[in-house]
Design a protein around this ligand. Structure first.
Ligand code: A2P
Length: 321
């Protein structure tokens, strides 16, 4: 079977950028998983590359950088891709490195794990700062210190200027936090990666990002089934089951197609060959107006609730829905 033609989105770049316009395939393979065994990640990524995936999302905190790096090296060796430039690789700065002097060393460490010279996108993972070296969640209040976003962002901009990442962005930022960042950024964030799926549709945040030229990437697009934060059982939803049946598609395909039709990027995680293949087969059919109206009615509930799970902060998302 030939690889599906995956549409791409162009990222906003500062006028002074030394890079050509950066384009991102709309679907990427997510690698946030409870147990990231290096060999499992490696073989899933190689399978994904064979199927036509060219966009991979990792983070210093996921434990998947090493396996992804090995897979990229092997894909090059096997001739599955002609050059690293064919791939779009995102990684993220962890909370304990959210300090101006720790940004560059953290990026260098990620690059080393990935065996790469540059990233395509580097994100501030969460808008909070943990004490240096405090890597492990859950974070109690004593682990956290005030977040110097201005200083951290200047260091992110420096990483871009050094040619170590083609673009920079953020993750889990509310409109209010983006507004603050935009008030001083020389290089605006090109992406805000947030929880988004049919049960947390992020309408307000998406409107804001669109107005500012910031691309939204949806994490947990399938509801992060099997993770500790999976609460809304998206894949067991009766409504999407009916829509899937009517189209002869799977529920996951309906959820991903819906994201595509919202104009966002999405990064479903699967290390299973059949599901990887199914997840990328969503570009040659569409949902109906009626399907959209039904999906608009799905009860909305954020998985990452304030003050629970990993982060003790009472209002991480500034009360935004
Ligand atoms: P697996 O890796 O065994 O395929 P999210 O992308 O929202 O974080 O969700 C990831 C979860 O969804 C994983 O448990 C993954 O399991 C599962 N998953 C991924 N693709 C599919 C699919 N097409 N059908 C059912 N479950 C899927």
């Amino acid at each position: 079977m030939s690889a599906p033609n995956v549409p791409k989105v162009v990222l906003q770049q500062p006028p002074s950028s030394k890079w050509n316009p950066v384009t991102v395939p709309v679907i990427g393979l997510g690698t946030a998983a409870a147990n990231n065994d290096g060999d499992v990640v490696k073989s899933a990524v190689i399978e994904a590359i064979k199927m036509g995936y060219r966009h991979f999302d990792t983070a210093a905190q996921y434990g998947s950088e090493q396996g992804l790096g090995e897979a990229i090296a092997e894909a090059l060796q096997l001739g599955l891709i002609a050059s690293r430039d064919e791939l779009f690789i995102t990684s993220k700065l962890w909370c304990c490195d959210n300090h101006p002097h720790l940004v560059l060393p953290a990026l260098q460490k990620s690059l080393q794990s990935l065996k790469l010279d540059y990233l395509d996108l580097y994100l501030v993972h969460w808008p909070i700062s943990a004490k240096p070296g405090m890597r492990d969640m859950p974070y109690s209040e004593e682990c956290l210190v005030p977040f110097d976003l201005k200083g951290v962002w200047a260091a992110m901009e420096e990483c871009h200027k050094l040619g170590l990442t083609k673009s920079i962005g953020v993750s889990n930022f509310s409109c209010k936090k983006l507004e603050n960042l935009l008030s001083f950024a020389t290089i605006p964030p090109s992406v805000n990666q947030v929880e988004m799926n049919i049960a947390w549709q992020q309408k307000n945040l998406r409107e804001y990002c669109k107005a500012k030229g910031i691309i939204v990437t949806a994490y947990s697009p399938l509801g992060a089934k099997g993770s500790i934060w999976d609460i809304n059982q998206i894949l067991d939803n009766e409504l999407t089951k009916q829509i899937a049946q009517a189209h002869g598609k799977t529920v996951a395909q309906v959820c991903l197609r819906w994201l595509f039709e919202q104009g966002v990027i999405f990064i479903p995680k699967s290390y299973n060959k059949e599901r990887l293949q199914k997840n990328i087969e969503i570009f040659d059919w569409s949902l109906t107006k009626d399907d959209h109206e039904k999906i608009n009615q799905v009860k909305q509930e954020r998985m990452f609730k304030n003050g629970t799970a990993a982060f003790p902060l009472p209002d991480l998302f500034d009360g935004e829905t």
